[in-house]
Design a protein around this ligand. Structure first.
Ligand code: RP5
Length: 184
């Protein structure tokens, strides 16, 4: 059963994930997605941010179904203390680009795997931003969701030594798992 995601990003009633975060109590990362149907993929970003103890929030909002909400959320994110936005969408996936147009915060785009074109449409719509308004685009689907969270952690770690240490430990654990792996 997917966890509940709110849509009230600009109204101060959103649930803060990881409220006991040792990094900070108010959201540092805003994770938004075009549809509730994206949550099954984007919960992996939520889980990774939680693993790193980064306070964040998750919302459903759409560039085409709720354009005003998406614009307000992006325009207000920096003043609310958010430092990175992760935006996921599928199909004609313009959410990350629209968000990036309204903020100078770093925006990471995650293309969702679509039924019609297996996510190629989402990938191209997210990655092919004309020069001037960048969207840092990750891989299609679950790997992109996980890496968007890790990328956000890396950005935040520039000014937070405790996060830098956690990221280095994460890499070390990953390396140890691969080194210890055997095949039948
Ligand atoms: C996009 O359309 C969403 O990001 C989603 O990936 C896709 C399909 O949405 P639903 O029709 O499942 O709500 O806006």
């Amino acid at each position: 059963m997917p966890k509940k995601t709110g849509t009230s990003g600009t109204r101060g009633t959103a649930k803060v994930r990881n409220p006991k975060s040792e990094i900070r109590n108010s959201p540092l990362v805003g994770v938004i997605m075009g549809s509730k149907s994206d949550w099954e993929t984007m919960r992996h970003a939520d889980e990774m941010l939680t693993e790193f103890g980064v306070a964040h929030e998750c919302h459903v909002m759409s560039a085409h179904r709720t354009p005003q909400l998406a614009s307000e959320f992006s325009a207000n994110a920096a003043s609310r203390g958010i430092e990175v936005i992760i935006a996921a969408a599928g199909g004609a996936a313009h959410l990350a680009g629209v968000v990036a147009a309204h903020t100078i915060l770093p925006v990471l785009g995650v293309p969702m795997k679509s039924d019609a074109l297996n996510g190629m449409d989402s990938l191209l719509a997210t990655v092919q931003m004309p020069a001037g308004i960048p969207v840092g685009t990750l891989a299609i689907g679950k790997p992109g969701a996980i890496n968007a969270a890790l990328f956000a952690v890396a950005i935040l770690a520039n000014s937070r030594p405790e996060l830098r240490t956690k990221l280095a430990e994460f890499r070390k654990r990953q390396e140890e798992i691969v080194r210890a792996a055997t095949v039948p």
